[in-house]
Design a protein around this ligand. Structure first.
Ligand code: CP3
Length: 346
């Protein structure tokens, strides 16, 4: 059960999603649990495979809590991966050390064989992880669940890996449009159920990661990003009307505007290439999250301070969740993360 209304303490990230502004914005970091933390690397070694880490609640809870203990972020993000959805739908997903995810590229015919939501119990360890997390997290920390957007998940299912501009998925969408539409629809329906169960297990809000939104033309962006994400939003709100949702269509450029209007997400995740004047426009119609270049965080020093100040100056007067414009990279020094948090909190 989601007992959001009865909460007597401040969950600032959740409050921003409800439209509130703060003098100093709340902060969390995409990929905040991960390889830049020595304590993560230790657990990662113990767990064996990466998916094993995702599917072992005690370990997934531990690595989710690590960055909260160390940095006191305002939000915790469930430790998992966007590719657990194709894994649950019956595709073979592996994570190869030093290379990233690998899947068997799906063919148009195989789309019919994908498992439907009856297979959601494969993800029960994720729901168990969320239940334990909500018990163990400090009450004021917002707990975020997540999934990948159908377009981004499909790009990995089709290419079998990340490619520089996801050309295989774009080609597939032109050569097999009907099958492609069916694939995205199946992922959307599955993901909506997955998110509903995350919220019911205790997540306060959810983020939909569309990491490859930036490689699509305007028309294709409407068809393959906006439409399936809006379907997820509607299906989730049919069951949980006040579900709070962050959409992150990375590198969407001017398409951020139509994404804001048509998907109905509560908050836009911005990458660092979004001009500040445009970001301020977008913020007039709701909360934004972002958008520090992770390379400024890696560089540290004045490059980091200038980046932080620019975001606070431009977006600090409206509803803002401070974050990076994409995930933190493994080489980032921990002192730089501390410097960023200190600067944001003033
Ligand atoms: O943010 C968090 O701390 C929560 C956990 C999380 C992970 N992946 C853990 C992870 C989240 C939210 C994700 C999302 C994810 N996964 C995305 C969308 C966001 C983005 O970064 O664009 C994508 C595209 C994936 C798919 C994926 N998983 C890739 C491409 C890779 C390899 C590249 C890389 O960064 O290693 C992964 C592996 C992965 N997912 C790791 C972690 C901590 C590293 C695996 C390891 O420890 O060996």
């Amino acid at each position: 059960m989601n007992k959001r209304e009865e909460i007597p303490f401040e969950r600032k990230v959740l409050n921003v999603l409800n439209g509130q502004s703060y003098d100093r914005p709340p902060i969390w970091m995409m990929r905040q649990a991960g390889r830049y933390l020595p304590e993560y690397l230790k657990i990662r070694k113990q767990a064996g495979g990466f998916l094993n880490l995702c599917y072992t609640p005690d370990l997934a809870v531990e690595v989710t809590l690590q960055p909260i203990r160390r940095f006191k972020f305002d939000a915790a993000i469930l430790f998992s991966d966007i590719l657990v959805v194709p894994d649950a739908m019956g595709r073979n997903v592996r994570f190869v050390e030093g290379e990233g995810p690998r899947l068997d590229p799906i063919t148009p015919d195989e789309i019919n064989n994908l498992k439907n939501i009856d297979a959601i119990e494969h993800l029960n360890p994720v729901f168990e992880t969320i239940e334990i997390l909500r018990e163990e997290l400090p009450k004021e920390v917002t707990l975020l669940g997540f999934c990948g957007a159908p377009w981004t998940v499909a790009t990995y299912m089709i290419a079998g890996k990340g490619t520089p501009d996801q050309a295989p998925a774009r080609l597939f969408s032109y050569e097999n449009e009907t099958a492609f539409e069916k694939l995205l629809d199946k992922i959307a329906v599955f993901s909506a159920s997955y998110l509903i169960l995350q919220l019911q297990a205790g997540a306060d809000a959810i983020q939909i990661f569309d990491s490859w939104a930036g490689v699509l033309s305007e028309k294709d962006f409407t068809k393959w990003c906006i439409k399936p994400v809006n379907k997820i939003v509607k299906l989730v709100r049919d069951v949980i009307p006040d579900a709070r949702i962050i959409g992150f269509p990375k590198s969407a450029g001017l398409n951020y505007q139509s994404y804001r209007e048509l998907t109905q997400v509560d908050c836009l995740g911005l990458d660092w290439s979004v001009p500040m004047s445009f970001a301020r426009e977008l913020q007039k119609s709701g909360a934004v999250q972002g958008n520090l270049d992770p390379m400024r965080l890696l560089a540290g020093g004045s490059a980091l301070n200038e980046g932080v100040d620019d975001i606070i100056e431009n977006l600090g007067n409206g509803p803002l969740i401070f974050n990076l414009g994409h995930g933190i990279t493994p080489q980032t020094p921990i002192e730089n993360v501390e410097q960023m948090i200190k600067r944001v909190r003033g």
